[in-house]
Design a protein around this ligand. Structure first.
Ligand code: UD1
Length: 421
């Protein structure tokens, strides 16, 4: 378990480069399973989940080369991956790997489509809710896969290959839409995906699949049409910027005050969240360099939000927004409609002095004048920043943003890494 020690109470100022989006990078890496040729991905973020997926894909036989750093490269800049799934040597993804990261379950469709078989562990529990995979299995069945569940594994077979079909989701699911897109790309004939997720990461993955030779229309809308191909080719694709990371830093600046440039960020990827943030009294301007976020000494205006699928306010920014609202001048109501258990951070914020009560799927946040430091637990990966081991030496942006950095290897007696913000 990592520990981060933070000395708070300062305004944030400076420039922070925004990484490639985790939620696009993971399915894009999985897309490499669909072709014998090389898929080159640029701007891949440096994250623990990416490292884990590298390992999982490696187990299936994917060769991954990570372009070396060149002199003058930013330590925190995105990586370039060359993924080659010429020979898939293993179609099983075991429990001890899939249970560590849910998105690794998504390998099942591409493996089934390319190899005619796959055995992938069910992902198991998750801190933010039950998160079933029934829609994913429906996708595989609709495309002609035979599915059996045995001893915690999904065993999928398609001896005669997959064929296009109409897939209509009862509820919007990002993961299941990715699964449908990826799998349908190698299924014979046309597939129509209805009630598809409209997240920008879906469009990014579709753009990459199109570069790989797939014909896809409507990605980014609720109906997507895919013309399956026997084979896909290699391609080069750059991962779009992470809108959740962007929103997280923007909310940090809104909370502390200050003036920060989020370099490379795009405002069109998080319109609802930025509008909400503007409502709190935060100034946000799109520039050629990225998104400039600032707040002067004025109080934080309370705003109510409800999480929704894109283009609504994202569930992945709910915890961060609650932290911001805990300092607002008044009461706000935050409703979580995507995951049923995504309020684990409430008790942790209360430890810092926040005044929050829960009423079913709504949190009522009464802003307080001051929060006070305390030991807290990061329950939900979005309630903190999951960049693998948090190494300050590889975080020049933290210093740029006004953090007073001590050398990375300095730990206090309790083993905490010391970071001053
Ligand atoms: C993705 C994102 C995650 C984000 C979430 C919602 C990635 C890697 N992760 O997760 O950061 O919080 O979208 O925006 O992109 N559901 C079912 N059955 C299924 C699948 C989903 O009932 O088979 C339900 C879920 O329990 C949830 C809702 O659908 O209530 C939406 O979940 P989904 O969009 O699938 O989330 P993920 O793709 O897992």
């Amino acid at each position: 378990m990592d520990r981060i020690r933070i000395h708070g109470g300062r305004a944030l100022n400076g420039t922070i480069p925004i990484s490639g989006a985790k939620n696009a990078a993971l399915p894009l890496m999985i897309a490499s399973l669909l072709t014998e040729e090389k898929l080159i991905l640029e701007n891949v973020p440096r994250l623990a989940d990416v490292g884990l997926l590298q390992y999982i894909l490696g187990n299936h036989g994917v060769d991954i080369t990570v372009a070396g750093k060149r002199a003058g490269d930013e330590e925190n800049a995105g990586q370039t991956f060359e993924l080659s799934a010429k020979n898939i040597v293993d179609t099983t993804a075991p429990y001890h790997l899939v249970s560590k990261m849910r998105a690794s379950f998504w390998v099942i469709g591409p493996l089934l489509a390319r190899m005619g078989e796959a055995k992938v562990s069910l992902p198991g529990g998750c801190a933010i809710g039950t998160r079933p995979v029934d829609f994913h299995l429906d996708v595989l069945r609709a495309l002609g896969g035979e599915i059996e569940i045995s001893e915690g594994y999904v065993i999928a077979k398609a001896k005669n290959g997959l064929r296009g079909a109409k897939i209509s989701f009862p509820k919007v699911s990002v993961g299941a839409t990715h699964a449908a897109l990826l799998t349908a790309s190698l299924a014979k004939g046309e597939s129509v995906i209805e009630n598809a997720a409209r997240e920008p990461e879906i469009k990014d993955v579709a753009d990459c699949l199109i570069a790989m030779g797939s014909t896809i229309e409507g990605a980014g809308t609720s109906t997507i049409r895919v013309q399956g191909r026997d084979k896909l080719n290699g391609a080069r694709h750059s991962v779009l910027p992470d809108r959740i990371e962007t929103g997280t830093y923007a909310m940090a600046v809104a909370m502390t005050g200050g003036d920060v440039m989020l370099a490379g960020a795009r405002d069109d990827l998080l319109v609802a969240a930025l509008d909400t943030l503007r409502g709190t009294g935060t100034k946000i301007t799109m520039t050629n360099e990225g998104l400039r976020v600032s707040r002067n000494g004025s109080g934080i205006v309370p705003v109510d939000v409800t999480t929704e699928p894109f283009p609504g306010f994202p569930t992945d920014l709910q915890a961060q927004f609650m932290a911001l609202m805990s300092r607002a001048k008044g009461t706000s109501r935050i409703r979580e409609t995507i995951f049923e258990n995504r309020f684990m951070h409430v008790q942790e914020l209360a430890r810092l002095g926040a005044n929050i009560s829960l009423d079913g799927e709504t949190a009522i946040v009464q802003g307080v004048e001051k929060l006070k430091g305390a030991p807290v637990m990061a329950t939900d990966l979005r309630a903190w920043r999951n960049h693998g081991p948090p190494r300050l030496s590889s975080r020049p942006w933290l210093r740029a943003a006004g953090a007073e950095a001590r050398p990375l290897r300095r730990l206090d007696r309790a083993g905490n890494r010391l970071i001053r913000v």
